[in-house]
Ligand binder design. Structure first.
Ligand code: BYC
Length: 472
């Protein structure tokens, strides 16, 4: 279905046929815009930004480019096409028609998952609020804003579900989405990673590589949900999410490339003296963002996850492509956990291990990106390898929470940890150095900050000196 842009809220859900719902969302819309003004990208409302806007959800329609002032971006409600024959693919309800409404017995579970998902979207916009001031180029600034408006749209996607299917509770949850704020000591965001700061562009690129990728895996699991409107919402969100991870992977890759160029040209490891970011510091940022993102998958053994699956509300990554019974009641899955003060491998009921299984899918995906970064280093003839730390390293959630574990997975005493922590995680000094590189935004078309290489190609094949943002 094409998206109806004649409406105040663009949508492909025939919103005008339900006046009550339409009015409720039109009431929420100005509050969202106030939130965007107060908590979204700072001081940007007059900028014309070369953005991608969806005009329909099929392959031809979702990538239309043009200049937009961000407060005028057409945030709306876009669900992937409905499959009339879709059946629930897993759990106790396997083979039954997908639900077009919320079954009473799964109402609170679904609400909770939708609220948790929705909460991350505005959180990330808040975290990235000040980055525009130090953008390394117009190209990067535009990509930041594209990510921001799409996270705003993803909030709309979840708020629509809350309003349309959860009555008064849903409307209250939608209000609360705009009242919690990243890092707020009284009303923080729900999940840990979304209360961390994103103070510089290295953090931003690591965040979009690692934390947005959690988004990919969680959305893909929710895209399997028996609750069809949630599944269809997440399916379309995934098409947008891919760009965010592209921004992260190429952003880190371009910093690596620049560092390697300088190391070769000046025959030195000491690129800090040359105003660039040394590879060991990048490794420390990687360690931090990877472990914070691993926490987002929850406990290794989780009865919540087992219940979500059995009830048919949250599936596995690419559930329908997995060749098994999709019930998992008789299966086991090997996880790593703590036992008697040691890290051990242990088979547990597969249903309980679903968070860990998703985390494993995620780790393998991260590893593929790291291989590509290492190719850049190798091509430059430099002897250094970026590595994902062990899954038990520096965790806050799950079996390894609070344990002292080295990046290669050895349990450590507190003293050993303290002696090495500054080699493994960014120190205050590292953070201050990275911050010192974040100069005033580079606003001349085609120019880039000294510490990052230009991209291989422009957005939508635009030339290198394209004016992605006009400041007015
Ligand atoms: N922080 O049984 P467990 C994205 C809580 S990112 C704080 O393992 P469960 C994006 C947990 O709530 C994707 N608390 O929990 C990226 C539970 O509390 P209760 C976001 C945590 O439910 C970048 C308790 O610990 N989407 O889209 O199996 C930019 C026991 O844990 C955390 C989703 O997360 C944590 N990290 O798993 C923009 C999908 N982890 O019950 C956007 C929806 C666990 O004891 N959420 N807890 O009160 C879920 O599927 C699940 O809620 C979780 C947790 C996977 C997060």
């Amino acid at each position: 279905m094409a998206i109806d842009y004649s409406q105040l809220i663009p949508n492909n859900v025939d919103l005008s046929s339900d006046r009550r719902l339409q009015r409720a969302l039109e009431n929420w819309q100005p509050r969202f815009l106030d939130w965007w003004k107060d908590m979204g990208p700072d001081g940007t409302s007059a900028f014309d930004v070369y953005l991608r806007t969806a005009v329909s959800t099929d392959t031809n329609g979702w990538a239309n480019f043009g200049y937009v002032k961000m407060p005028e971006y057409r945030w709306g409600i876009f669900l992937a096409e409905r499959d009339q024959n879709r059946q629930i693919a897993f759990g106790d309800n396997k083979g039954k028609p997908a639900w077009q409404d919320v079954p009473g017995e799964h109402r609170s579970t679904l609400r909770r998952l939708i609220v948790t998902q929705g909460d991350t979207e505005p959180a990330s916009v808040e975290q990235q609020r000040l980055l525009g001031k130090t953008a390394p180029s117009l190209y990067d600034l535009r990509n930041l804003f594209q990510v921001n408006v799409e996270e705003g749209r993803h909030l709309w996607a979840m708020v629509y579900l809350l309003h349309a299917y959860f009555g008064r509770d849903g409307r209250e949850e939608a209000e609360a989405m705009l009242e919690r704020h990243s890092g707020d000591p009284d009303k923080p965001r729900i999940l840990g990673a979304f209360n961390e700061e994103t103070p510089d562009w290295l953090s931003f690129f690591m965040f979009t590589f690692f934390t947005d990728r959690d988004g990919k895996y969680q959305l893909a699991s929710l895209a399997e949900s028996g609750f069809d409107p949630l599944a269809r919402s997440c399916r379309f969100m995934l098409t947008e999410e891919a760009h965010h991870m592209f921004v992260g992977e190429t952003g880190v890759g371009r910093i690596i490339q620049r560092t390697c160029e300088l190391m070769k040209e000046h025959k030195t490891d000491d690129v800090r003296a040359l105003g660039a970011i040394d590879l060991p510091t990048m490794q420390k940022y990687l360690n931090f963002h990877f472990s914070v993102s691993l926490d987002l998958f929850g406990q290794e053994a989780s009865t919540n996850a087992a219940n979500y699956y059995t009830q048919g509300v949250k599936g596995r990554y690419l559930e329908t492509r997995i060749a098994d019974d999709h019930l998992l009641v008789n299966d086991t899955y090997e996880i790593e956990t703590m036992e008697d003060g040691r890290i051990v491998k242990k088979a547990v009921p597969a249903l309980q291990a679903l968070n860990e299984r998703l985390r494993q899918d995620y780790i393998e995906d991260c590893a593929r990106g790291v291989v590509r970064w290492n190719k850049t280093i190798e091509k430059a003839g430099i002897n250094f390898e970026m590595r994902l730390p062990h899954r038990a390293f520096d965790r806050r959630i799950g079996a390894f929470a609070g344990q002292r574990v080295s990046p290669d997975g050895k349990l450590l005493s507190e003293a050993e940890w303290k002696a090495n922590e500054s080699k493994w995680l960014p120190t205050d000094e590292d953070r201050a150095y990275i911050k010192s590189l974040m100069g005033p935004a580079v606003t001349q078309p085609g120019k880039f900050a000294h510490w990052i290489a230009p991209p291989a190609r422009g957005i939508n094949n635009q030339p290198a000196d394209f004016e992605y943002v006009r400041f007015n």
